[in-house]
Design a protein around this ligand. Structure first.
Ligand code: AMP
Length: 395
C-alpha cells in the first residue's frame, strides 16, 4: 500500500509518500509560507530537488499542490491519486487519545475541544486533516499523536503535585511529547538488544529536546510535561526551572503572560544563556573560540540531560541502553561524550573512537568495552512510524 504522511504546521505542510510494500520513500517535501507567499520543495530519491514558488492561500490549496506534484508527468511518482491507500496525520497533542486511531467526526470534535492545550500545532493539524479529507474522502485517514506513547505512564509520573482539582477541571498533567520518535528509536534499540522488555533511555536532542524512559516496550516517564517546555534546556526553551522564577520576573519587569511565555519559549535555552544562537553548532563554534557564556550553555545542557538519565536509571532500577537521536543526538559527538562521561559506576561508558567517527544516518553502537549499559546512536524516523500505524489501521 502507498501511504501519504502529512505533518501540518501553522504555515507549512510537510509530506512523505511511502511505498510500504517496498519499504521505500517515493517522494517527500514541504509546502512553506502557506497563506503568505507559498514555496514548495519536492524531493525524490536520486533526482534533483524541485523548488518553486506556489500559490496556496490555505492548507487545502497546499495539499492540492502536493497531489499535483505527486502525479505530475515529469515530477510525479504515481500516475493517479487513487494509488494512495491511506493518509497518516501527525498530531503533536492527542489529549487523552491513547493510541493512533482512524479519524472520524468524533475524533476531530474531541481534538477541536482540546485545541487550547496546544494552540500552536493543534488548529493547523486539524485544518491539514480537513483539507486532505475533502480532497481524498474515499480513503482512511489516521491520526498519530506524539502524546499517545505516554498513555501507560503511572499516575505518579503524570499527576503534578498541585491541587488535584486542576487535573480534574483542566486536565493539567504531564502529557509528554516527541513520543513517535521515542517509540521508534526505543523499538529499534530493543531489536538491537534482542530484548523486547529492555529498559531503555532515549535522548531526543534537537532544537526541541526530551528524554524518555521505556520499559517492556512502554514509556514510563518523560522529561516534557504539560507542554514541551519542561525537561532539558533546548534551542530557545528553558526546560525545567523553579516555577516561581517566571512569577518573580513578571513582577520585577512588569511582563505580561504573553511576554513571559515568549521569554521562556523563544529567548531561553542555548540562545538565552549563550547570547549567540539557538543552534548547537553555532554555540559550539563560539565555545571553541573562547566564549564563556557559550561554554556555560553547553555545560548546562549536558548537566541537565545527565540528571534526567540518572533519575530514570533509578526509576527503572537499571538500564540496558541509552539511545541518542535527532539533530544533536545523531550528529554531535561532543554532547554525547559529555552526557556519558564519568558514569562508570552506573555501568555507562562509550568508546571515544566509535563515538567520534559515527557514520551519519546509520544505527551505530558506541558502547565502551565492558559497559553494562549499551549506548546507541539511532536516526529517528517519525514519518515511517506514522506510515506504519496508518498501514496497520487500514488493512
Ligand atoms: P533537529 O531539531 O532535530 O533538526 O535538530 C536541530 C539541532 O541539531 C540544532 O541545534 C543543530 O545545531 C543540531 N545539529 C544538526 N546537525 C548537526 C551536526 N552535524 N553537528 C552538531 N549539531 C548538529
Amino acid at each position: 500500500m502507498k501511504i501519504l504522511v502529512v505533518n501540518a504546521g501553522s504555515s507549512s505542510l510537510k509530506y512523505q509518500l511511502f511505498d510500504m510494500d517496498k519499504g521505500a520513500v517515493l517522494a517527500k517535501g514541504n509546502c512553506e509560507r502557506i497563506g503568505i507567499d507559498g514555496v514548495v520543495t519536492h524531493k525524490r530519491p536520486q533526482k534533483a530537488d524541485y523548488k518553486t514558488s506556489a500559490d496556496f492561500p490555505d492548507h487545502r490549496a497546499a495539499i492540492e499542490c502536493v497531489l499535483k506534484l505527486l502525479t505530475d508527468k515529469d515530477l510525479g511518482v504515481i500516475s493517479d491519486v487513487k494509488e494512495i491507500g491511506a493518509v497518516g496525520h501527525r498530531f503533536a497533542h492527542g489529549g487523552e487519545i491513547r493510541k493512533s486511531t482512524l479519524l472520524g467526526d468524533r475524533e476531530i470534535e474531541y481534538l477541536e475541544s482540546i485545541a487550547d492545550l496546544n494552540p500552536l500545532h493543534g488548529p493547523p493539524a486539524i485544518s491539514g486533516f480537513k483539507a486532505c479529507k475533502e480532497v481524498m474522502p474515499y480513503i482512511n485517514h489516521v491520526g498519530v499523536f506524539d502524546t499517545s506513547y505516554y498513555s501507560d505512564m503511572k499516575e505518579e509520573a503524570f499527576i503534578y503535585p498541585i491541587p488535584y482539582e486542576l487535573y480534574e477541571e483542566y486536565k493539567i498533567r504531564r502529557y509528554g511529547f516527541h513520543g513517535t520518535s521515542h517509540r521508534y528509536v526505543a523499538a529499534k534499540a530493543a531489536e538491537l538488544l534482542g530484548n523486547r522488555n529492555a529498559k531503555i533511555i532515549t535522548c531526543h536532542l534537537g532544537n526541541g529536546s526530551s528524554v524518555t524512559a521505556t520499559m517492556n516496550g512502554k514509556a514510563i516517564d518523560t522529561s516534557m510535561g504539560f507542554t514541551p517546555q519542561d525537561g532539558v534546556p533546548m534551542g530557545t526553551r528553558s526546560g525545567a526551572i523553579d516555577p516561581t522564577v517566571p512569577l518573580y520576573v513578571m513582577k520585577k519587569k512588569g511582563l505580561t503572560v504573553e511576554e513571559t511565555e515568549k521569554l521562556l519559549n523563544n529567548q531561553s535555552g542555548l540562545l538565552g544563556v549563550s547570547g549567540v544562537s539557538s543552534d548547537c553548532r553555532d554555540v559550539e563554534t563560539a565555545a571553541e573560540n573562547g566564549n564563556a557564556r557559550a561554554q556555560l550553555a553547553l555545560k548546562i545542557l549536558i548537566h541537565n540531560i545527565r540528571k534526567i538519565i540518572g533519575s530514570y536509571i533509578a526509576e527503572m532500577n537499571g538500564a540496558d541502553a541509552i539511545v541518542f537521536t535527532a539533530g544533536i543526538g545523531e550528529n554531535d559527538s561532543s554532547i554525547r561524550a559529555g552526557v556519558c562521561a564519568d558514569m562508570t559506576w552506573l555501568g555507562v561508558g562509550i568508546d571515544e573512537e566509535l563515538n567520534a567517527n559515527c557514520p551519519r544516518g546509520e544505527c551505530v553502537e558506541i558502547s565502551g568495552k565492558g559497559a553494562k549499559v549499551r549506548t546507541f546512536v539511532i536516526p529517528t524516523n517519525e514519518e515511517y512510524m506514522i506510515a506504519l500505524d496508518t498501514l496497520n489501521l487500514s488493512k
